[in-house]
Design a protein around this ligand. Sequence first.
Ligand SMILES: Nc1ncnc2c1ncn2[C@@H]1O[C@H](COP(=O)(O)OP(=O)(O)OP(=O)(O)O)[C@@H](O)[C@H]1O
Ligand SMILES: [Mg+2]
Length: 373
Amino acid sequence: MRVRFSDLELDEDRRELSRDGEPLLVEPRVFDLIAYLVRHRDRTVSKDELLEQLWPDRDVQDGALSVCVHRARRLVDGGGTPAIQTEARRGYRFIASVRLLREGAGAAQGRDLLVGRSRELAEVHRAVEEVLPGRLRTFEVAGETGVGKTALLEELGSYGLHHRLEVWRAAAPTDAPAEAFTLWVQLIAAYIARYDARPIRRAMGEHLECLARIVPGLRRWVTPGAAETTAEDSDLARLKLMNSIVLAVKAATAHKPGMLLFDDIDHSDADSMAEMRFVLDACADVPVMLGVAFSREADVPGGLLKQMRSLPGHRRLVLRGLDEQAVRAMLEQISGAPVGDAILDAAMRATNGMPLLVEQWARENFSRCSGAL
Ligand SMILES: Nc1ncnc2c1ncn2[C@@H]1O[C@H](COP(=O)(O)OP(=O)(O)OP(=O)(O)O)[C@@H](O)[C@H]1O
Ligand SMILES: [Mg+2]
């Protein structure tokens, strides 16, 4: 989630709160508090709920929460206007007006919504509802470059957060070779950054050492020298590592359903893909949703897609160019003005409804003839 309120911008993925583009120094728990209140700004959030969210593993007193709220207010109460309101005996509510932002060009142009994807979104919304009772659900998003796969994954992540799923994202690098297990390393590292790794640490036991070999953030908890004591057969070591990632996923979803989103898996390393198959096998009864996106099916290990497609409730979304109505909506969002038929025809001919091309086309044409639009 990326949002703007007063003169601040909050980027949940990057865990950054910034003013005029300058990141502010924010304690992790204060950041979590602000983000949680913003996400649930449609209601008053009780103190108990906040204590549970911010200190999931510890019994703390209300006083700790008051201190946290006080620090948050110092950051977000712009020019004397309160952003966080205290509701006597009930809790806190975020009341400043919030605008959702999206990544990339859309964000720069102030566009908030995906257009023309209601069918795909409805499909995945149904899948989220199926995850909640405690089931593994999977989906794949395929389609040509620039058709809107990443944008759809983002939208799904927001929907998941809204439904109180924990959302974790990872993407294979598209401009360099991927390192072993890169997708899982990203996920676990993000988890540690958000939660201080306590649940994983407790659930992992000796497996923590395996995981610490690929996730540097875990090393400080490993007993010095313990990992090096046995000269293990490398196959065995790999198997242990693969198991330890499964355990980490189970630990992370033990108290709250999760959504794991993997973008650009056609650029992934083979170990990340093998692990995904392993997780799919081991997590049938885990409340977790696993979504992947890719352009070139030939570059995704066939076994993975076959396995996914054989699972109950799997959803396959193949994105195509947007229709005329959606392209018109996109152009109108970008230009901020009604778009006539002649312009729409020209845009359709030039872009075939591919959102990335529509954005480029709009940039080129709207600046050149903005007077006429
Ligand atoms: N349905 C849509 N409505 C409005 N804007 C969209 C839509 N789909 C995509 N866009 C915008 O089009 C651009 C390209 O989309 P995106 O990056 O999601 O494509 P992609 O399929 O992930 O591309 P790649 O194959 O390069 O990863 C983005 O700026 C995105 O915000
Ligand atoms: Mg993409």
